[in-house]
Design a protein around this ligand. Structure first.
Ligand SMILES: [Zn+2]
Length: 289
């Protein structure tokens, strides 16, 4: 018997508690149409990310939906080329272009009332602009992290992204407060974004080691090589936090007047295979022999 695999198998979709809260508010206040429009736009946006990721055969763990956006969790953790991840990230915002087309078509055919058209236009624009803000974990924040990763080590790029995100988030909130009062929904979004950034900051080292473990186990082909310069007494962590995406590393170890180098594979083997967590840079030379 043939078992047919569906062409597109959807991953588990999780509704964030904040969205349930909005749904209840919408039912109570009778703004159900508004919620349906927002939810549809967010789902189409996430489908953009999902289909782009699937086209590259990414492993997707789940999609979380929250108001004004969502997050697609994958099993890739920085092991894919930056250009690929950039494309998956922009595939979400790109969906809003054809949504504008649908709204225009519905207006042209006269199938939607003017109030629905106006609402759809307003939400399509605001969800698009909101997601483009350079704030983690929004798409703009992901682009910021990917661009930082092209210039800086993985861990530094993450730190830069979080610091910029928090500053920009607070500046945008203050600007809103200056021109208008902050509605409760916006306050909830700001709190949500700040909590996400706090979590990301606390998990910095865990995320770095997850990225390195992926690199160690999958050994991606990296055509460009760049050096990491360390002193003989530098710790493993001081070396590992200089690892970059899209770059293969040669580690140059300076010991007095002498200088030696080892390949990054020796360093990753020392850490993950031989559990040399307390080793110093000079110990890598011995392990390479
Ligand atoms: Zn998105």
């Amino acid at each position: 018997m043939n078992v047919h695999k569906p062409l597109v198998s959807l991953p588990p979709i999780r509704i964030h508690p904040i969205l349930w809260l909005f749904a209840i508010t919408a039912i109570v206040t009778g703004t159900f149409m508004e919620l349906t429009i927002i939810f549809s736009i967010v789902v189409i946006h996430e489908l953009g990310h999902y289909l782009a990721a699937k086209s590259y055969h990414w492993r997707i763990r789940k999609i979380s939906l929250w108001v004004f956006g969502g997050v697609m969790e994958t099993e890739e953790h920085g092991s894919r080329p930056i250009e690929q991840e950039l494309w998956v990230t922009v595939a979400g915002p790109l969906q809003h272009i054809w949504i504008y087309g649908v709204i225009w078509l519905m207006t042209y055919l006269g199938w939607w009332s003017s109030s629905i058209v106006e609402m759809a236009l307003q939400y399509n624009t605001s969800i698009l602009l909101f997601n483009l803000l350079p704030i983690w974990p929004l798409d703009g924040g992901k682009v910021l992290q990917l661009l930082s990763s092209t210039l800086k080590p993985y861990r530094t790029a993450q730190s830069i992204t979080i610091v910029c995100s928090v500053i920009i988030c607070l500046l945008v909130s203050l600007t809103f407060m200056f021109f208008d009062t902050l509605p409760l929904s916006t306050v909830m979004l700001v709190v949500f974004i700040l909590l996400e950034n706090r979590l990301e900051w606390k998990q910095r080292n865990y995320l770095l080691f997850r990225f390195l473990l992926k690199r160690y186990s999958e050994k991606p082909t990296l055509s460009k090589t760049s050096p990491i310069l360390v002193q003989s007494y530098d710790s493993m962590f001081q070396i590992l936090k200089q690892f970059r995406r899209n770059r293969h590393h040669h580690i140059f170890i300076k010991d007095g007047k002498e200088s030696m180098w080892v390949d990054e594979d020796t360093c990753l083997d020392a850490y993950f295979a031989f559990k040399q967590h307390q080793a110093k840079a000079k110990d890598l030379v011995r392990l390479a022999e």
